[in-house]
Design a protein around this ligand. Structure first.
Ligand SMILES: Nc1ncnc2c1ncn2[C@@H]1O[C@H](COP(=O)(O)OP(=O)(O)OP(=O)(O)O)[C@@H](O)[C@H]1O
Ligand SMILES: [Mg+2]
Length: 231
């Protein structure tokens, strides 16, 4: 279980996150939603270790991650797919995957085959440069790369942003498959409401740096959507 308690973050003296509390239970897929600029990415960065937290704690199971560097958090089981994907455009698909293994000190021993089963298109394109893949294929590569770090929790930042519908469907199905296998829980930042309704078990909504609504995904009704999500 991942637990964020009372997280505060400031950029240049202005408070961005205000006492964020959030829990991702094992075996679950939690959606973190909210309009542009409310602090979703900053919340993820506070989990991954890419921003300095002024207060609060981040725990994954028995491990207190709060004071750890990003690489140490990754070794504890945090897998991160950043917003905008961030793959290496000049390396091939295969090299992109290999970098992930090398950086995390892991042997391939079947792990690459398993992620290629989840994303068959990557198997076809192993020798293509990352930069020539479509946006959706790059997103799949970014997810595959994060899975190769053998995470306990997979954290994705807007994986459907700017991606064609058939790949969005495939990514949704794949996340559900990963969750069902039971080893990896998922925290998904997403503004695409129907995607969240299709894959999520529960939701959190942020506004101006704080969590303003939360509950089981079935409780995400029109009133909440209108108040906190529609522009
Ligand atoms: N490096 C930074 N320096 C200063 N301010 C920042 C920085 N990164 C983000 N911010 C500000 O912090 C606030 C929250 O940003 P964040 O990226 O967490 O929002 P978000 O909810 O992920 O938005 P989006 O939906 O557009 O991705 C915004 O007001 C943003 O302008
Ligand atoms: Mg963001």
């Amino acid at each position: 279980m991942l637990t964020l308690a009372n997280i505060n973050v400031s950029y240049d003296g202005s408070r961005i996150l205000r006492g964020v509390n959030l829990t991702v239970p094992e075996h679950s897929l939690v959606c973190l939603m909210g309009r542009n600029g409310v602090g979703k990415t900053t919340t993820l960065k506070s989990i991954v270790g890419l921003v300095k937290t002024e207060a609060g704690s981040v725990k994954l199971g028995a491990d207190d991650l709060t004071k750890l560097a990003p690489d140490a958090r990754a070794r504890c089981g945090i897998g991160y797919v950043p917003q905008g994907r961030d793959i290496f455009p000049h390396l091939t698909v295969w090299e992109n995957l290999k970098v992930s293994l090398v950086v995390h000190g892991r042997k391939a021993d079947g792990a690459v085959d398993r992620v290629l089963e989840l994303f068959p298109i990557l198997k076809e394109f192993l020798q293509r440069k990352g930069g020539v893949l479509s946006g959706g294929q790059q997103q799949q590569l970014a997810i595959a790369r994060a899975l190769l770090t053998d995470p306990k929790i997979l954290i994705l930042d807007e994986p459907t942003e700017g991606i064609q519908p058939n790949i969005i469907d495939h990514i949704g199905d794949t996340l559900l498959k990963i969750k069902k296998e039971g080893k990896i829980s998922i925290l998904l930042v997403e503004q695409y409401l129907d995607f969240c309704l299709g894959v999520g078990d529960s939701f959190y909504i942020m506004d101006r740096g704080a969590v303003v609504a939360e509950g089981p995904i079935a409780h995400l009704n029109d009133d909440i959507v209108k108040k906190h999500l529609t522009v």
